[in-house]
Write a protein that binds this ligand. Structure first.
Ligand SMILES: NC(=O)c1ccc[n+]([C@@H]2O[C@H](COP(=O)([O-])OP(=O)(O)OC[C@H]3O[C@@H](n4cnc5c(N)ncnc54)[C@H](OP(=O)(O)O)[C@@H]3O)[C@@H](O)[C@H]2O)c1
Length: 247
């Protein structure tokens, strides 16, 4: 129960990696708030699952890219839990197209959901964490933000932006005992990758030294480590959890 009586916000908690992180934190005694886009039933079920771990859960149907809505959510979470120890910026989408075919709205929606969201949440939790003189922020980025992926200029830019944000913010808040890190995921089995053609998945798997896609648990365990006191002296770091793909 390493996170007993602590409180976390996880963005995009209803499915995939976010859901895995919510559950891993809850199993370690952490109270968890999460938001989502449209999966209200999944949110309700996840709250019940979290509460069965003996901790509190609260969910919000809040667009991570909307500053005012995020501000309201963060205030409610602070009022409910009395503190915010952890922030995991996980909410993300893809709108893959070659640049020649990519519309302005494909660009804007991916940047807003994947990158502006992290600004929205960091900005609204940071004062609380600074007053506590304690906090950990974790940004879920991608190896696409490290190496770039054809067909994903919007997504790759958003994920590279998250890496820059991670390092800059780590330098700003290290002195008040707040660490800021990122996980660069490789291919992970979630709804996001379920839509990829089988042939492409097979080709990508052959490129992964570990010869498999990662699981949600692979990411959730790494996330819990980076948020834990054991990782308190690690900051501004981008941990590749990718089976070796981006070596
Ligand atoms: N899966 C991979 O291989 C992979 C690889 C590299 C990086 N990542 C990153 O890992 C993160 C999670 O990915 P995933 O594969 O778990 O995705 P996923 O299964 O598609 O789940 C996405 C989650 O984000 C939420 N979400 C989407 N738009 C939102 C918005 N505007 N506001 C609030 N929540 C929103 C979704 O809510 P709803 O359920 O309501 O739609 C859902 O809970 C993303 O940032 C992704 O870029 C994933």
């Amino acid at each position: 129960m390493q996170f007993k009586d602590r409180a976390a916000i996880v963005t995009g908690g209803t499915r995939g990696i976010g859901r895995g992180i919510v559950l891993d934190l809850a199993k370690s005694g952490c109270n968890v708030a999460f938001n989502y886009n449209k999966s209200s039933q999944a949110a309700e079920e996840l709250c019940k699952e979290v509460e069965s771990c003996g901790v509190s859960a609260v969910s919000y149907q809040v667009d991570a890219g909307n500053f005012e809505d995020v501000k309201g959510m963060v205030k409610e979470v602070k009022d409910k839990f009395g503190r915010i120890d952890f922030l995991v910026n996980n909410a993300g989408i893809t709108k893959d197209k070659l640049l020649a075919m990519m519309s302005e709205s494909d660009w804007d929606s991916v940047i807003d959901t994947n990158l502006k969201s992290a600004y929205n949440f960091c900005k609204n939790v940071i004062t609380t964490m600074m007053k506590q003189k304690n906090g950990s922020i974790l940004n879920i980025t991608s190896i696409s933000g490290v190496s770039g992926t054809a067909g994903q200029v919007n997504y790759s830019a958003s994920k590279a932006g998250l890496i820059g944000l991670t390092k800059a913010l780590a330098k700003e808040v290290g002195k008040v005992n707040i660490n800021v890190n990122a996980i660069a995921c490789g291919f992970i089995e979630t709804d996001m990758t379920a839509v990829l053609p089988e042939e492409y998945k097979k080709k990508m798997t052959d490129l992964v030294p570990a010869r498999r896609f990662g699981t949600v648990e692979d990411i959730a365990r790494s996330a819990s480590f980076l948020l834990s006191d054991s990782a308190k002296y690690i900051t501004g770091h981008v941990l590749h959890v990718d089976g070796g793909l981006a070596m």
